[in-house]
Design a protein around this ligand. Structure first.
Ligand code: GLU
Length: 282
């Protein structure tokens, strides 16, 4: 199917500088490869979803000239697909019911090496067996990665004890359903990638290529967070948002200096990025 990329915001607040950077990075990479670029709204975590946030995110992306090539997929409408994946893992003996609480696991620094409490049939989560072998992959920017799930998290939750499917499972099912070949996202998700690869292997799904962008931090060095309303992008200033994102990606101001409109900007940025990738390690 060729290159298929995506930008997948959680609607927990307005997009911020870091989101713009991930959106532009994934868009430029997709377009430079002549590929498709999709938007997916990751509203699987209902309690964290903020009313109206998805619409404002889509509006901001549209103002920046970044439109999904296909209808926007919403995770809140995908429970059946996630349930089928969970059923498959349970049938294969790769997922198990677990009622261990956070407090139970504090002794293990939040990792789950094995159950320390009997599963309660009335309320339990589902976890994937993490296995012993390390997960290796080549990040297109950060290079060779080798992660031990046992050290990172142990057996991890794929359906929560409140019945909601976990982000890790939803992303893997959706990336496969949308035939995503390339994932470009922030480095805050780097340690999710080994979990997602473990799930892809368990489900017999292909693994996309991954590229994790450097995190954009605020003036105090802290990670920007949508739910804390960090530096919300101004929909009235899409060109300024793109220019910031370009600099945050490591682009030179000179390359886009003459761009007076969003359309001009994207053309200039794409031309420069296609000649020599801003984000891939060479
Ligand atoms: N929904 C995640 C977020 O907003 C991104 C997930 C991904 O790109 O895989 O942080």
């Amino acid at each position: 199917m060729g290159y298929r990329g995506r930008f997948a915001p959680s609607p927990t607040g307005p997009l911020h500088r870091g989101s713009a950077c991930a959106a532009l990075g994934s868009w430029l990479d997709a377009r430079a490869h002549g590929g498709s670029w999709l938007i997916r709204i990751e509203d699987v975590d209902r309690p964290r979803t903020v009313a109206g946030a998805a619409e404002s995110q889509l509006q901001m992306l549209a103002a920046m000239g970044m439109l999904s090539d296909e209808p926007v997929l919403r995770q809140s409408e995908r429970d059946d697909a996630y349930q089928r994946a969970l059923d498959q893992l349970v049938d294969q003996g790769l997922a198990f019911a677990c009622s261990c609480s956070r407090t139970d696991l504090a002794l293990y620094h939040g990792r789950h090496p094995r159950c320390v409490r009997a599963a309660d049939p009335r309320q339990h989560a589902w976890r994937l067996r993490a296995g012993e072998s390390p997960i290796e992959f080549a990040d297109r920017r950060l290079g060779a990665q080798r992660w031990s799930l046992a050290d990172l998290c142990g057996d991890f939750v794929i359906r929560r004890n409140d019945g909601l499917f976990a982000y890790q499972l939803a992303v893997v099912v959706d990336d496969a359903a949308q035939s995503i070949s390339h994932v470009v996202r922030g480095a805050d998700l780097l340690d999710s990638t080994p979990r997602q690869i473990a799930l892809q292997r368990a489900l017999g799904l292909p693994t996309p290529r991954y590229l994790h962008l450097d995190l954009v931090r605020d003036g105090h060095g802290a990670k920007l967070s949508k739910s804390e309303g960090a530096d919300a992008l101004d929909p009235a200033q899409p060109l300024a948002a793109l220019q910031h994102a370009w600099l945050d990606l490591g682009g030179h101001a000179e390359a886009v200096r003459h761009a007076a409109t969003v359309g001009d900007f994207l053309q200039c940025a794409l031309r420069t990025h296609a000649e020599s990738s801003l984000i891939e390690r060479r």
